[in-house]
Design a protein. Structure first.
Length: 364
């Protein structure tokens, strides 16, 4: 293989694709990046058997061929080169690199043993999104996925149809996010690993206007400009989460999001000793909310804000969960409600009925 590519194009592709290579595995090829000529382009790919990412970049091909190169070394080395033409040449599983005043040789492996890049076999569904729409719906759900591999179905976002609409949902057992998206024509039930969705978000550039998702029974493919990301789906049945969503709450609070974020942030400073525990109290007669937190070593804090409230009462929640929820709610005003100290607390944007977030209370 012998070719010339632009340093800036190669470095950008390696930076995205290199994150997928698994450098902690005993299978050395899973920690490599595949370089292979593809017509008048260079294919760059990584595959950790759970997730595969590939991209074609333009190149001046002199000789066809391929090689698998250690991911971290090639990514960092190319990033350190000056902009301009880079010559890549393969001989006997060695990659020779020339650029300006730099010449290097990197030991590689035969690309023949590199794991096949997965493809969609029998397509079951195809859904297109504008880039902004995709980033919004994924960001609003992926942050509540669990990290507990003992319950793998909770480590992904559940994409499914309900009453002819696409919904995304996720839960870690302590909180839950649901986003109603849009009408879809075909039924869908798929749990996409959070790592795959985060990789898609990382791969989006300003030049990408649309993201296409293609499903088969076991995989999902994302087309992000000229980048293709293919992930396995998580096997199993997602929890019946809708039974956890209250149809109504006894206490309903309407508050400015910025006001809420400010008093939660202040209260959280005194909640570090208690695992982030803060107690929220709302008073209908005084139209106010107060958040109380205690740090046994440093003292305690009560922060207040004006609200519109129906009902009243107290609820104890994790302050980090509240902050992450508020960061993912669009708009200036929110509504939250609860029905007693042990009931789920429901958060919604005031002007958007398509998003709901639930936080389970802490015992106090």
């Amino acid at each position: 293989m012998e070719l010339i590519v632009k340093q800036e194009h190669l470095s950008k592709a390696l930076n995205i694709i290199g994150k997928v290579a698994n450098t902690k595995t005993s299978i050395s090829l899973l920690g490599t990046i595949l370089l292979r000529t593809n017509g008048n382009q260079l294919l760059i790919a990584a595959n950790n058997l759970e997730l595969a990412v590939s991209q074609n970049i333009s190149a001046k091909i002199k000789l066809t061929g391929s090689i698998a190169i250690p991911s971290k070394l090639i990514t960092e080395f190319i990033a350190s080169l000056p902009k301009g033409d880079v010559l890549l040449k393969v001989e006997n599983n060695h990659l020779y690199i020339e650029s300006s005043n730099y010449k290097s040789k990197i030991n590689g492996e035969s690309a023949e043993e590199f794991p096949d890049l997965p493809t969609i076999e029998e397509e079951t569904n195809r859904i297109s999104f504008s880039t902004d729409e995709f980033k919004n719906i994924v960001s609003q759900t992926v942050f509540t996925c669990s990290n507990d591999t003992a319950r793998p179905v909770l480590t992904g976002v559940y994409w499914h149809d309900y009453e002819e609409y696409l919904y995304l949902a996720s839960t870690d057992g302590y909180r839950l996010s649901e986003r109603k998206v849009k009408k879809i024509e075909k039924p869908l039930s798929a749990i996409i690993p959070s790592s795959a969705l985060q990789e898609v978000l990382r791969s989006v550039s300003e030049s990408v206007d649309e993201i296409e998702t293609i499903f088969d029974d076991h995989k999902v493919e994302f087309k992000v400009g000229d980048i293709i990301i293919v992930s396995r789906l998580i096997d199993g049945k997602f929890v019946d989460y809708r039974r956890l969503i209250p149809s109504s709450t006894e206490t309903v609070v309407e508050i400015k999001k910025n006001d809420f974020m400010r008093i939660v942030k202040i209260a959280s400073l005194f909640a570090r000793d208690s695992g982030g525990s803060v107690t929220i109290e709302v008073n209908e007669d005084e139209s106010k909310i107060s958040i109380h937190s205690i740090a046994s070593e440093f003292g305690e804090n009560t922060s207040e804000a004006s609200v519109t409230v129906t009902g009243g009462g107290k609820i104890t929640l994790n302050s980090r969960y509240i902050t992450e929820c508020l960061n993912n709610i669009n708009g200036d005003d929110i509504i939250f409600g609860f029905s007693g100290r042990l009931a789920p607390t429901v958060f919604k944007p005031l002007k958007d009925k398509n998003y709901i977030h639930i936080i389970m209370p802490l015992k106090s």
